[in-house]
Design a protein around this ligand. Sequence first.
Ligand code: SAM
Length: 275
Amino acid sequence: MKVGAPQFTYLCELLRKRTGVVIDGSKEYLVVARLMPIVRQRAIPSLDTLIDRIRKGIDPTLERDVLSAMMTHETSFFRDRSPFETLRQQLIPALIERRAAQRQLTFWSAACSTGQEPYSIAILLNEHFRDLLGSWQVRILATDFSETVLTQARAGVFNNLETARGLSPELLQKYFRPLQGKWSISQDCRRLVEFRTLNLNTTWPMMPLCDIVFVRNVMIYFDIATRATLVERIRHVLRPDGALFLGGAESLIGTENGYERLTGVGCSYYRPKPR
Ligand SMILES: C[S@@+](CC[C@H](N)C(=O)[O-])C[C@H]1O[C@@H](n2cnc3c(N)ncnc32)[C@H](O)[C@@H]1O
């Protein structure tokens, strides 16, 4: 199925305006492939009709589903390893000492996709800092624009392919139970994670002050101005001694004025400069 050039341009512009995600003309084949399941599910005669319906604003959920389908939701457990090693070896032990009076830790996974990132943090906490979990208030806020991915994230059920990406057999046996040919994450991990819909490109509801923020593999889809605005807003929800992690292919180059770059275990992370 084909999409008309003006309709494709309209869709890309809508995606950019609403979410900050930039898609260029060369990705038309990808967008078509991603939108076809929606066309079929809703028995819409053509892609152009689908886009016309969005333009007319007839179905409010349609726009969100289409924009979400245009995005990349690629993720895996313990993706890139090094941020999680940095948490385990450096940051969490240091935070445990510094927060001994408050006994509170807040993590934010700010584009969490289907949940592997926040659940990896929950598994790490259970595996290495179990004592902390009993007596401290630990919270992992996990947010994404897409309701579709959040539905899977909340369910906490993953297939063999998904669990094979990043989980050792030991962690799988310890923190998941079999469920109808798939794997369901344990209550110990689930109870730490709170999923919410949140568009990083609009005003946010009240956010808690965070100790650790993961904004990984999402800024690559934004233009430089959107990135700069986002990292500045994150600075306001990050504690002064907190840490911001980006994806392996991302950096704050061009947007880093408010942060200093620090060396973790095999990766860098960022700390807000004093205001
Ligand atoms: C490639 S995934 C990254 C998932 C995870 N952070 C990781 O590194 O594995 C990017 C996610 O960003 C989300 N996203 C894109 N634009 C967004 C926006 N404006 N607000 C919130 N989430 C957004 C997408 O829905 C997608 O799930």
